[in-house]
Design a protein around this ligand. Structure first.
Ligand SMILES: CC(=O)SCCNC(=O)CCNC(=O)[C@H](O)C(C)(C)COP(=O)(O)OP(=O)(O)OC[C@H]1O[C@@H](n2cnc3c(N)ncnc32)[C@H](O)[C@@H]1OP(=O)(O)O
Ligand SMILES: N[C@@H](CCO)C(=O)O
Length: 348
């Protein structure tokens, strides 16, 4: 684990209206910030990720990291040279203000938590950068939902982003993505324990969140991989192996993630359109001045290559294709191939 800290920011005006009276941000860093702050890179996590890019063993527990081999001495994000920052996203549940955080009255925000956008999330990160004394990132990197924030940084604050790594993501939410995410939200809301979003602290709507994760996880993997691993095999316990696998991931997510955050973050993804208010996607992408590496996973059925091709074409760079049997989760699993591309960006 990196050096995990918290920052308390002032009020935040939200794009869709309203204000959060204060925002707490949990963030981690690795490496040492250079005196001129020119060696800082920002890593953006995906939907259910957090600031733990690298995992660590702790007393009686282990913290999982989600890109562990990408950060460290000699790694693609080489901490002998770079200062690596990752912050838990606004609306999340791993230390940054979200629906499970206490509102000013001391009770969880719950259903009162306002709608937030990718732009709001990046505004919070910009305040973190200001607080750390980082004027310009050497690179901002992200996959999936993290790719949205990386692209938003490069479009909204081009003078602050020297390098952009955009992976397995899109410039605007597709009907397919909105369709699966709103179905996941419906699963959460259909759980009686959801209580309109105002469930008591504790397990909460774990059944609804688990069903949401099963639906989501199917979109994160490929038909071919699931077929090769599970086929129509029925386990000794009578369950289809693939159903047992999905249930396992459902149980794990429901134990580690807040249902309110799941709804708020998927809604931010539903509303994602980098071209909104900027004259459309091509006009928005024309603002980017960063060197860019744009990549996708060949078997990704959730964020198909055409979505990264659109960004690559607009930025005038070749689309880099990561071969993988795993589908969308290839962005987390194919760390060797992803690492090569990260090194390429930082070397240029
Ligand atoms: C960037 C981010 O922020 S994302 C946050 C990253 N972490 C997560 O999302 C956690 C959820 N997991 C995932 O999304 C993906 O599984 C990944 C990408 C993290 C890992 O993928 P893989 O290494 O391919 O793992 P896979 O999907 O095969 O799952 C393995 C698990 O399934 C279990 N499993 C496999 N087959 C079965 C089965 N038939 N029945 C029940 N469980 C099964 C394994 O025991 C293993 O359990 P464990 O993870 O508790 O040890
Ligand atoms: N496994 C990832 C996939 C979403 O991009 C997550 O849970 O965030």
């Amino acid at each position: 684990m990196g050096d995990r800290r918290f920052l308390d920011l002032g009020p935040l005006q939200l794009e869709r209206g309203g204000t959060l009276p204060g925002v707490r941000v949990a963030y981690e860093t690795w490496g040492t910030l250079a005196p001129d702050a020119g060696n800082a890179v920002l890593v953006e996590h995906a939907l259910t990720g957090d600031s733990h890019v690298v995992g660590a063993a702790g007393p009686g527990h282990a913290t999982a990291g989600w890109w562990p081999s990408l950060v460290g001495p000699g790694a693609p994000l080489d901490t002998d040279e770079l200062f690596v920052v990752c912050a838990n996203v606004l609306g999340g549940c791993q230390g940054t203000t979200g629906p499970s955080s206490a509102a000013p009255d001391g009770a969880p925000w719950g259903s009162r938590f306002p709608a937030v956008t990718v732009g709001d999330q990046v505004a919070v990160e910009a305040a973190v950068a200001d607080a750390l004394g980082i004027g310009r990132w050497r690179a901002v990197l992200g996959g999936s939902m993290g790719g949205m924030r990386a692209l938003e940084w490069a479009v909204s604050r081009p003078e602050r982003v020297a390098g952009l790594f955009f992976l397995a993501s899109g410039a605007v939410a597709s009907a397919d993505q909105i369709g699966t995410q709103t179905t996941q939200q419906a699963a959460v809301r259909s759980d009686p324990a959801w209580a309109g979003g105002d469930y008591a602290p504790g397990p909460g709507p774990v059944s609804g969140l688990g069903i949401a994760r099963r639906i989501a996880h199917l979109t994160y993997r490929s038909d071919l991989e699931l077929g090769a691993r599970f086929g129509n095999h029925v386990q000794d316990d009578g369950r289809f192996a693939v159903a047992s696998y999905l249930e396992h991931h459902a149980t794990k997510l429901a134990a580690r993630f807040d249902a309110g955050s799941y709804v708020v973050l998927t809604e931010a993804m539903n509303g994602w359109d980098v071209g909104r208010g900027r004259g459309g996607v091509p006009a928005a992408l024309s603002r980017v001045s960063a060197r860019a590496v744009v990549a996708g996973v060949d078997t990704d059925r959730l964020y198909p290559l055409a979505q990264q091709q659109q960004v690559a074409d607009a930025l005038g760079v070749p689309l880099r294709v990561v071969p993988s049997p795993y589908g969308h989760d290839g962005f987390l699993l194919e760390t060797e191939a992803v690492g090569v591309l990260v090194r390429e960006l930082l070397a240029s």
